[in-house]
Design a binder for this molecule. Structure first.
Ligand code: TK8
Length: 335
């Protein structure tokens, strides 16, 4: 065989191998909306997901991320997905309970004891059960990423006891369960979209807010908040959502690629989130925040005070959803 023939045969073989796969990918720009900033671990997750999608699609799938609520708030962006005018959003589940009430199960106070438990629920049967409900409301959930355990910050005083919440004006997410929880402990709770929080704190329209260390840090809340109380009162996941309308226009190959790459992104995102959590806390101290733990006995009092929140919202969330969550947790905990 001549060198030329060999070269041609090799080229044909190469085309034969790559062409069918590449043909499954169209040139696409996929816009991803984020409320948090790019230096949040979600930035690492999106970078990983982008690298994965670029490799698998031969550069045809382009992920374009927007940060700091540049495309609007989480709820607004999610509505854009439902109407098919935007491809993706990475959002907390909490502002979406008006779209799917069942998501409220993640907002129940003190639901998860640790991250390992959250991972098992989210990546296991329960997470799938929840994701399976989303297409009916125009959304496809590719994966659960991490925001983390939420803690209270404020500009008035260290919250060390149940009584310290009293009368404080605290921003909560647009979510009835958080609203009820924070009213129950005595705060004057105000629902607000995330991208309005910094200014509201800065102008002292509100005294406090609650978010995980990493989000408090990367959203620079230390500039406008003095006290950080380690309340760990909830763990709310991020959903990595795709517009169902636009999803249905993708090839099977494109869908499989996005799903797989969102999982790769998730693993990277959670790893960075957990590495960064303690570093963020150290940075918050260094920036002048006064950090306090809540003593176990006081934490128990807070927990007891908000226990009725479960009862009050079980019917709205859906009895089956709450029961399934509790059964899964009991299984994980070995009871
Ligand atoms: C960022 C939000 C944020 C959430 C909130 O878009 O609203 O407080 O915790 O992280 O999803």
């Amino acid at each position: 065989m001549s060198t030329l023939t060999k070269t041609i045969l090799a080229a044909v073989a190469a085309i034969g191998l790559t062409a069918p796969a590449a043909a499954q990918f169209q040139e696409r720009t996929i816009r991803i909306s984020n409320g948090i900033n790019q230096d949040h671990p979600v930035g690492n997750g999106v970078a990983k997901m982008t690298q994965c999608a670029t490799e698998k699609s031969g550069g045809r799938m382009r992920l374009q991320a927007f940060w700091g609520g540049a495309l609007g708030g989480d709820l607004q962006a999610t509505q854009a997905l439902r109407s098919g005018t935007q491809e993706m959003v990475i959002t907390s589940s909490s502002p979406l309970i008006g779209i799917l009430a069942d998501l409220g199960v993640f907002d129940l106070p003190f639901l998860f004891a640790n991250e390992a438990e959250a991972d098992r629920i989210l990546d296991g049967e329960f997470g799938k059960f929840m994701s399976d409900k989303l297409p009916a409301v125009g959304l496809v959930n590719l994966a659960y990423w991490e925001n983390g355990f939420r803690n209270l910050t404020n500009s008035r005083r260290a919250v060390t006891r149940l009584e310290d919440f009293q009368g404080m004006r605290v921003r909560v997410m647009q979510n009835n369960i958080f609203l009820d929880t924070f009213r129950t402990v005595g705060t004057n709770a105000v629902p607000m979209a995330f991208q309005e929080v910094f200014t509201a704190l800065e102008t002292r329209a509100i005294d406090g807010q609650e978010n995980p260390f990493v989000t408090i840090d990367t959203s620079r809340m230390y500039e406008v908040q003095r006290f950080l109380s380690v309340t760990k009162h909830a763990y709310t996941p991020f959903l990595v959502l795709y517009s169902k309308r636009l999803w249905d226009m993708l090839s099977a190959q494109e869908q499989a690629t996005l799903t797989e790459c969102a999982i790769q992104g998730r693993d990277e995102q959670r790893k960075v989130s957990r590495e960064l959590s303690e570093k963020s806390l150290a940075n918050l101290r260094q920036r002048g925040m006064q950090v306090n733990e809540v003593a176990p006995a006081e934490a128990a009092r807070i927990r007891d005070a908000v226990r009725p929140v479960y009862e009050r919202h079980a019917a709205t969330i859906g009895a089956e959803t709450v029961a399934r969550m509790q059964a899964e947790l009991a299984k994980i905990r070995g009871n």
